[in-house]
Design a binder for this molecule. Structure first.
Ligand code: ATP
Length: 198
């Protein structure tokens, strides 16, 4: 399994969409995390126990923005939340991988380095873009202010720290078409590596 990571707006989705077009199964940990906190899920009950009923909206759904704000400036709260979610994310990832028959798969893990999940993957692919470019993209995509974009960037791993963990780096600095050639090269490499592991 290849773990795909990168800072906000680096282009993880753009990259994983392209691998998906090549037939590579994509495991999206953001998606798994959202499923894990749907009403009725044990993780949601644990979150309410830890953070209080104000985490829920009137329909009993998790107020993700509220929780994100609360743990943003509270490392202990963040640890608590991670302790609830991460083991479950790992288990769900493992269960999905066990069902796959493709030569390799890609797990999109935005906070791979920050959350110490580096051991859960066979190889790390970092999508890299200059911070100024990340900020531009996030502002354009989300209508975020420059200040908001900078704040999120500052809370994530530093670029050099993330790159230090990379087995492969995908520079997403050109246009989107330029990505296709680089992804084709990586795909061949990953297929060859999967072959040697058989
Ligand atoms: P997040 O961490 O916020 O989920 P991400 O890493 O998944 O972000 P994307 O959503 O793939 O990043 O990219 C951010 C925005 O920048 C998107 O609107 C995307 O279409 C655009 N984008 C990504 N790469 C490029 C590129 N090479 N050229 C132009 N636009 C790009």
């Amino acid at each position: 399994m290849i773990g795909l990571t990168g800072g906000i707006g680096s282009g993880k989705t753009a990259v994983s969409d392209r691998f998906a077009l090549l037939g590579v199964p994509i495991i999206d940990t953001d998606h798994i995390s959202r499923e894990l906190v749907e009403p009725g899920q044990p993780a949601l009950a644990e979150i309410v126990e830890a953070f209080g009923p104000e985490c829920l909206d009137e329909r009993g759904r998790l107020r993700r923005d509220h929780l994100r704000e609360r743990v943003f400036a509270d490392p202990k709260g963040r640890q608590q939340l991670e302790a609830i979610l991460h083991p479950r994310v790992r288990a769900a990832m493992r269960a999905r991988i066990a069902r796959l028959t493709a030569p390799y798969c890609l797990a999109v893990i935005p906070l791979l380095v920050e959350t110490g999940m580096t051991d859960s993957v066979d190889r790390i692919l970092v999508v890299d873009a200059p911070p100024a470019e990340q900020i531009r993209r996030v502002m354009a995509r989300d209508g975020a202010s420059e200040q908001q974009a900078r704040r999120i960037l500052a809370a994530q791993a530093r670029r050099d720290e993330r790159l230090a963990h990379a087995d492969d780096v995908l520079e997403n600095t050109g246009d989107l078409e330029a990505l296709d050639d680089r992804i084709a090269v990586l795909h061949e490499r990953y297929l060859a590596l999967a072959e040697t592991r058989r």
